[in-house]
Design a protein around this ligand. Structure first.
Ligand code: HEC
Ligand code: HEC
Ligand code: HEC
Ligand code: HEC
Length: 431
C-alpha cells in the first residue's frame, strides 16, 4: 500500500470507530433515559370520580400488578411487622390491662395490606359506630364527604360502609386525569394549613411522604361533630401532641379500674419519622416502601406497600453499600431493644394501674395524691402508646422512640409510687 492509501484507510477506520462510539453512546443514553423517566402514557379517559382500582389497572397494568401483591398474607422475614394479622393482645399481654374499658381490649391485630382495609374495618370486633372510622379505609370516602359534607363523620357506620365498595385505591393518591399525586383527605390538608403549610404547593419529594401522611398519623374525633382532626398545632413530637390534648381537656375514655381519663394513640408513623436520620437526609416514605422495579426495559414504582425487609435489595442498597443481610440485622438490632423497652413500660404501667386501683378503694378516692398518680398515669400511658402504635417497632426513628419509652417508664414508676404513698398514708395516718 502507498503511504497515501495507508493514511486514507486509517482515516476511514478512525471515522468508522468514532461513528460506532457515537452510536453506542447514543443507544446507552437512550436506554438510560427510558429507565430513568419512563414516559407513562397518561390516560384522560378515566372519569374524575372513578374509585375502582381495576379500572385504573386497564391503563396502568404494571402498577396495578404490583398493587395486587398487597393481598399476600405472610409474616415474611419480619420479626414484629409483616402482613399476617397476628393477635397483638396475645403477644403483649399487659395491653388488656392498659386498655380496660376501651374497644381495643376486644381485639387488636397486626395490620395487613391496603387491599384488606375495608374488609378489616367492617369485621373488627371493635365494632365502629360512626362513619369517621371509614375515613382511611376506602377510596370511596372523598366522594362520601362531597356528598354528605361534614355530617359524614358522625353518620352511622353501618349505613355509610354499605356505600363504600373499594378499599384503599389509586384515586386516594392520584388525580385520575393526570395521575399527579394529590391529597384527598381534608384532615391532613387542614392540619398542615394550621401549621402554615399549603399542601397544594408541595414539591414532588414532599408528596412522596404527604400522600401517606393522610392516614399514617395520630388523630382524634372532635367532640360533638366527630370530625377527624390531627393534633399538630404545636408540633409533631409526642410532648407537643400531649400539650395539644391538655389544652383541649380531651380524653378518649376513663379507665374503669384506675379512674384515669386516658388518651389512645393511633399509629403516628409520619410524626415518628420527623427528625429521624433518614428524614433529615431527605428521604420520603416511598423511598423505602415503594422501590423502583425493572420490568424489562422500564422502571416501575412498586405499589406493594409492605415491610421493606422483603426487598432490602433495591431499597436500602440504593444508598447503603452494606449487604442486605447486614442491613436486616441492623433493623432487628434496633427493634429487639425497642420491644424490650415497650414491654418494660407496659409492665410498669400495669403495676401503676394496680396501685391506683388500690388507692381508689380508699375513702377519699379523689384526694390530691391520687389525682397526681392519675395524671402521671395518663402521661406515661400516652408516651408508651405513641411508641407501641407506630408501625416500625422503632426503626423509623430509634432515638426518638427510645427517649419516649424512657420517659414512659419513669412516669409509670412515679405514678405507682404516688398511688402507693396514698395507700400507705391511709394505712398509718399517724405518720
Ligand atoms: C398510597 C398512595 C398511592 C396509591 C394508593 C397509588 N399510588 Fe401510584 N404512585 C404513588 C407514588 C408515591 C408514586 C411515585 C410518584 C413520584 O415519585 O412522582 C406513584 C407512581 C405511579 C405512577 C407513575 C409511574 C411509576 O410507576 O412511577 C403510576 C402510573 C401509578 N402510580 C399508578 C397507580 C395505580 C394504577 C394505582 C392503583 C392500582 C396507584 N398508582 C395507587 C402513590 C400511590
Ligand atoms: C387512605 C389511607 C391510607 C393511605 C393514603 C396510605 N395508607 Fe398505608 N395503610 C392504611 C391502612 C388502613 C392500613 C392497614 C390495613 C389493614 O390492616 O387492613 C395500612 C397498612 C400499611 C402497611 C402495612 C402493610 C402490611 O402488609 O402489613 C404499610 C407498609 C403501609 N400501609 C404503607 C403506606 C405508605 C408507604 C403509604 C404512602 C405511599 C401509605 N401506606 C398510604 C391506610 C393508608
Ligand atoms: C429508611 C427506610 C424507611 C422509611 C423512609 C420509612 N420506612 Fe416505614 N418501615 C421501614 C422498616 C425497616 C420497617 C420495619 C419493617 C418490619 O418490621 O418488618 C418499616 C415499617 C413500616 C410499617 C409497618 C409495616 C409492616 O410490616 O407492618 C408501616 C405502616 C410504615 N413503615 C409506614 C411508613 C411511613 C408512613 C413512612 C413515612 C412517614 C415510612 N414508613 C418511612 C423503613 C422505612
Ligand atoms: C435514599 C438513601 C437511603 C436509603 C434508601 C436508606 N438509607 Fe439508611 N441512611 C441514609 C443516610 C444518608 C444515613 C445517614 C448517614 C449514614 O449513616 O450513612 C442513613 C443511616 C442509616 C442507619 C444508621 C442510623 C443511625 O441512627 O445512625 C441505618 C441503620 C440505616 N440507615 C439503615 C437503612 C435501612 C435498613 C434501609 C432500608 C430499609 C435504609 N437505611 C435506606 C440513606 C439511606
Amino acid at each position: 500500500m502507498s503511504p497515501a492509501r495507508v493514511r486514507s484507510t486509517t482515516i476511514l477506520l478512525l471515522a468508522g470507530l468514532v461513528l460506532v462510539a457515537v452510536a453506542l453512546a447514543g443507544w446507552s443514553l437512550w436506554t438510560m433515559r427510558n429507565l430513568e423517566s419512563r414516559a407513562v402514557p397518561i390516560s384522560t379517559q378515566i372519569a374524575t370520580d372513578e374509585t375502582d382500582p381495576a379500572v385504573f389497572g386497564r391503563y396502568y397494568p404494571l402498577e396495578y400488578d404490583s398493587y395486587r401483591e398487597n393481598s399476600q398474607i405472610s409474616r415474611g422475614p419480619s420479626k414484629y411487622g409483616g402482613s399476617e394479622p397476628y393477635d397483638r393482645l396475645a403477644e403483649y399481654p399487659y395491653m388488656k390491662t392498659l386498655w380496660k374499658g376501651y374497644s381495643f381490649e376486644k381485639g387488636y391485630n397486626e395490620d395487613r395490606g391496603h387491599v384488606y382495609s375495608l374488609e378489616d374495618v367492617k369485621s373488627t370486633p371493635r365494632s365502629p359506630t360512626q362513619a369517621v372510622c371509614l375515613t382511611c379505609k376506602s377510596a370511596d370516602v372523598p366522594g362520601l364527604i362531597r356528598k354528605y359534607g361534614e355530617k359524614y363523620y358522625s353518620m352511622p357506620f353501618a349505613q355509610l360502609s354499605a356505600e363504600a365498595t373499594h378499599p384503599i385505591g389509586c384515586s386516594d393518591c392520584h388525580d385520575p386525569r393526570t395521575m399527579e399525586l394529590r391529597i384527598t383527605r381534608p384532615a391532613f390538608r387542614e392540619a398542615m394549613a394550621r401549621r402554615g403549610v399549603d399542601v397544594d404547593r408541595a414539591t414532588r419529594r414532599e408528596m412522596r411522604t404527604y400522600v401517606c401522611a393522610q392516614c399514617h398519623v395520630e388523630y382524634y374525633f372532635q367532640p360533638g361533630t366527630s370530625k377527624l382532626t390531627f393534633p399538630w398545632d404545636k408540633g409533631f413530637d409526642p410532648e407537643e401532641e400531649y400539650a395539644y390534648y391538655q389544652d383541649l381537656g380531651f380524653h378518649d375514655w376513663v379507665h374503669p379500674g384506675a379512674g384515669t381519663p386516658l388518651l389512645k394513640a393511633q399509629h403516628p408513623d409520619f410524626e415518628v419519622f420527623q427528625g429521624s436520620v433518614h428524614q433529615a437526609a431527605g428521604l420520603a416514605c416511598a423511598d423505602c416502601h415503594m422501590p423502583y422495579r425493572r420490568e424489562g426495559n422500564v422502571k416501575v414504582t412498586s405499589h406493594w406497600w409492605t415491610s421493606p425487609l422483603r426487598h432490602l435489595d433495591g431499597t436500602c442498597t440504593v444508598c447503603h453499600t452494606e449487604d442486605a443481610e447486614l442491613l436486616k440485622q441492623r433493623v432487628f438490632y434496633t427493634q429487639d431493644r425497642v420491644k424490650d423497652l415497650l414491654d418494660r413500660a407496659g409492665r410498669a404501667l400495669a403495676a401503676a394501674i394496680e396501685a391506683i386501683q388500690r388507692a381508689t378503694a380508699l375513702p377519699d378516692a379523689d384526694a390530691e395524691p391520687i389525682r397526681k398518680a392519675r395524671d402521671l398515669h395518663r402521661q406515661a400511658q400516652w408516651y408508651w402508646d405513641w411508641c407501641s402504635a407506630e408501625n416500625s417497632t422503632g426503626f423509623h426513628n430509634p432515638q426518638k422512640i427510645m427517649a419516649t419509652l424512657g420517659k414512659a417508664i419513669d412516669l409509670a414508676h412515679q405514678a405507682r409510687a404516688a398511688a402507693l404513698a396514698a395507700v400507705h398514708a391511709e394505712a398509718s395516718p399517724g405518720r
